[in-house]
Design a protein around this ligand. Structure first.
Ligand code: NAD
Length: 518
């Protein structure tokens, strides 16, 4: 049994900068051989904490070969045994919640309460995957014609890959690998190179749970590794989560190479606040959903669309709440919002605080005034509020992915709907109102994949599926839940009869279903 490393934050911080994050192939850490590596920072201090191996084509090929070899035996392993292993994986992740959260805090920067929330959400996906005996049940129709039965079975695809973003290093991988391996596939994970350590820690837990070597592999890398995955002939399907330009590239290239691809992209999530809404409640929700995890969530509220005369009181109520948000490192128990992932990203986010006002927006709160932005080496930016934003502005047209909340003021509900309709992203949205009829109409009208009614972050529970529309998702199937099972399996329909050979004869007619054997 593998010994599970216990990385409390303090110990992790003390590790030398030269520490290397290796690949995980065939049940063991494997040092990279490409000669290339990428920097991994501690975003709270700005220090270079470790280097991650970046795979070459040959290293990707080696991992795929291992997975391909492991697949037939894993696929043939009974559903009962696979379920037992899924339960053990679930229990080990549960036991090691705090350790996983500590790695998230040190590499991503999110504060411990948020990191623990990420692990808890991932656990729900693993719990869903423990239901695999029920989820893989097919349909059976007896006697569709005389002596003929028809049934459907679901079979794994083979070697499948998951490519994940930096913002949920544990959760997004758990969206994918739980269902994928429970269905009987062998899995290659290519995590974000910005915070890669969680994936290797999870790999150790999977091994300890009894998952056979080779069924779960981690290949670290950048565009080189991703592009090799996209064209590798032995990879059957790719599940991707990241920004829209890369999601589009992954979808187009992967499908051009004959693969099944689901590619979830970026977001610009609007929260519509109607004039009858409870202003305090709407302000609490907007602030929580905009600044949690420093706005680095694809489900963050990035735009409040204030309808009619609610705008003035709502902007005031949001502004009032902002000084109360404690920005700081995860090591400070008071911190509610941590740093951004890299200095480059932080500076890009801050640049919208210049471009927005230059194009006519009103900078109500400027996160660059925060002491940690000015004096810390960490990648901090305080919370920012931009009012009177319009759809033409650069700050609105781009996904900012940081702690910047924008307010668009519109006169009517119809104007609010037009703003949302005209936006290329359609991941999540929310409406705040006390009018059930208006909320029902919004749910009916809005062309967005996930909708909240007085709920600002409408992430579906693990037994529904997650995903947006338009430029927020390329492909047909949403992530995890029932659609995740569909994504990671082929359906096969069997038509069967056991006739008496003495009744057999040559018959050249085409038989529709109902005339079989009649
Ligand atoms: P990203 O697109 O930069 O990276 C995602 C993955 O793609 C990483 O594994 C990365 O190594 C790889 N990659 C990056 N550049 C590449 C290239 N040129 N060619 C091939 N592969 C490449 O995204 P990110 O910055 O890590 O994550 C933030 C983005 O992810 C945001 O846009 C956010 O909205 C989105 N996101 C979406 C969802 C969703 O469910 N829709 C969830 C989380 C994050």
């Amino acid at each position: 049994m593998t010994r599970i490393a216990q990385p409390p934050v303090a110990e992790a911080e003390a590790k030398p900068a030269a520490e290397r994050v290796n690949h995980w192939i065939n049940g063991a850490r494997v040092a990279g051989t490409s000669g290339r590596s990428g920097p991994v920072y501690n975003p709270a201090t700005g220090e270079l904490a470790r280097q991650v191996d970046l795979a070459s084509n040959e290293e990707v090929d080696a991992a795929v070969a291992v997975a391909k070899k492991a697949f037939p035996k894993w696929r043939a392993t009974s559903i009962g045994k696979r379920t037992e292993i899924m339960f053990r994986i679930r229990n080990l992740v549960d036991t090691h919640r705090a350790d996983i959260a500590a790695i998230l805090t040190r590499e991503h920067g999110k504060v411990p309460s948020d990191a623990l929330g990420e692990v808890a959400a991932g656990l729900e996906n693993l719990e869903f995957a423990t239901g695999i005996p029920h989820l893989l049940k097919g349909g059976f129709s007896e006697q569709v014609s005389k002596g003929i039965d028809v049934y459907q079975i679901r079979q794994p695809l083979g070697v499948v890959a998951g490519i994940t973003p930096f913002n949920f290093p544990a959760l997004v991988s758990m969206w994918m690998f739980g269902n994928a391996i429970a269905c009987g596939n062998a899995f290659i994970l290519k995590p974000s190179e910005k915070d890669p350590s969680t994936s290797v820690y999870l790999a150790e837990l999977l091994k300890e749970a009894g998952l056979p070597d080779g069924v779960f592999n981690v290949v670290h890398g950048d565009k080189v590794a991703v592009d090799r995955i996209l064209e590798h002939p032995d990879i059957a399907a790719i599940s991707f989560v990241g920004s829209t330009p890369i999601a589009r590239h992954v979808y187009e290239t992967g499908t051009a190479h004959g693969k099944r691809v689901q590619a979830l992209g970026g977001a610009k999530n609007h929260m519509v606040v109607l004039p009858d809404a409870d202003v305090g409640m709407a302000a609490d929700a907007a602030v929580s959903a905009a600044y949690g995890s420093a706005g680095e969530r694809c489900v963050a509220i990035s735009v409040v669309v204030a309808v009619g005369d609610v705008a003035d009181p709502l902007v005031s109520a949001i502004e009032e709440r902002l000084p109360g948000i404690h920005v700081g490192p995860g090591s400070d128990p008071e911190s509610e919002m941590g740093p951004l992932i890299t200095r480059e990203h932080r500076d890009k986010v801050a640049s919208y605080l210049d471009s927005g006002p230059a194009q006519g927006a009103e900078l109500v709160v400027d996160g660059r005034q925060h002491v940690l932005y000015r004096e810390s080496d960490g990648f901090f930016l305080g919370v920012s509020l931009l009012d009177r934003v319009t759809p033409e502005m650069e700050c609105y047209r781009n996904e900012i992915f940081g702690p910047v909340l924008e307010v668009i003021r519109v006169p009517t509900y119809a104007d609010a709907m037009k703003v949302i309709d005209d936006n290329p992203y359609a991941n999540g949205t929310a409406i705040f109102t006390r009018d059930g009829g208006a909320a029902r109409q919004f749910q009916f009208d809005v062309k967005v994949g996930m909708v909240g009614i007085n709920v600002p972050i409408p992430v579906p529970v693990a037994y529904y599926s997650f995903g947006g529309w338009k430029s927020s998702l390329f492909g047909d199937l949403h992530m995890y839940g029932p659609e995740g099972i569909q994504f990671f399996t082929h359906a096969k329909v069997v038509t069967s009869r056991w006739p008496d050979p003495s009744t057999s004869k040559v018959d050249l007619r085409f038989h529709g279903t109902s005339s079989h054997g009649v």
